[in-house]
Design a protein around this ligand. Structure first.
Ligand SMILES: [Zn+2]
Ligand SMILES: [Zn+2]
Length: 193
């Protein structure tokens, strides 16, 4: 699983623009099938009242949908239960700032693990799910340029997306280590990790 993965036959695409001679090419279209399935002008307007639509759009991308569906590992679950929902949500802006607050650098795209064994907290899942994992993803999904620090309104908006994910994924986790983790959104892929 990487940012370039796609499964177009199952309507899970990859909208990450390719880089050609320093230019981004194919902005808005799937790398695999070339389809333009997302209203990027609408998503990039970053309207906090339109997050339902933004999430549906992001879930057309394989890597995002994978993280909307992927079960939290034990470390992330323990972390979540220890902090509790309120504190987890309060700390979202500072987590975003420390992950992608600065302009893109050479490590952009390598800070947040994708391997299930390497993940340690729920923010990492949330970052991939909401395209706040790196500046390049935040650029093509949210229309935020990579070459400068995030502004406060941008941090606020991205925080709302991450909170939306945490609330959808964690509110239904029972306090006891019994029972199944449930999602508000129906999983569309089978994941066996
Ligand atoms: Zn496609
Ligand atoms: Zn990314």
């Amino acid at each position: 699983m990487s940012c370039n993965s796609r499964d177009c036959a199952n309507n899970k695409h990859c909208f990450k623009p390719a880089k050609h001679k320093g230019q981004l090419v194919g902005d808005g279209e799937c790398r695999g099938c070339g389809e333009r399935l997302v209203d990027f002008a609408r998503v990039r307007s970053r309207d906090v009242n339109d997050i339902d639509h933004t999430v549906r759009a992001m879930r057309l991308e394989l890597i995002r949908d994978e993280f909307w569906c992927r079960k939290f590992n034990d470390k992330a679950l323990t972390y979540s239960k220890k902090k509790g929902m309120k504190l987890l949500c309060e700390q979202v802006p500072q987590k975003i700032m420390s992950n992608i607050g600065d302009a893109a650098d050479a490590f952009d795209g390598r800070r947040v693990p994708v391997d299930q064994e390497k993940m340690t907290n729920p923010y990492e899942y949330a970052f991939h799910a909401t395209a706040t994992c790196c500046r390049r993803c935040a650029q093509y999904w949210h229309g935020i340029p990579v070459d400068r620090p995030l502004t406060l309104p941008e941090v606020d908006y991205l925080s709302a997306l991450v909170r939306y994910f945490l609330e959808a994924r964690l509110n239904s986790i029972p306090p006891e280590p019994h029972g199944q983790q449930q999602l508000d959104l129906p999983p569309t892929n089978d994941h066996n990790d």
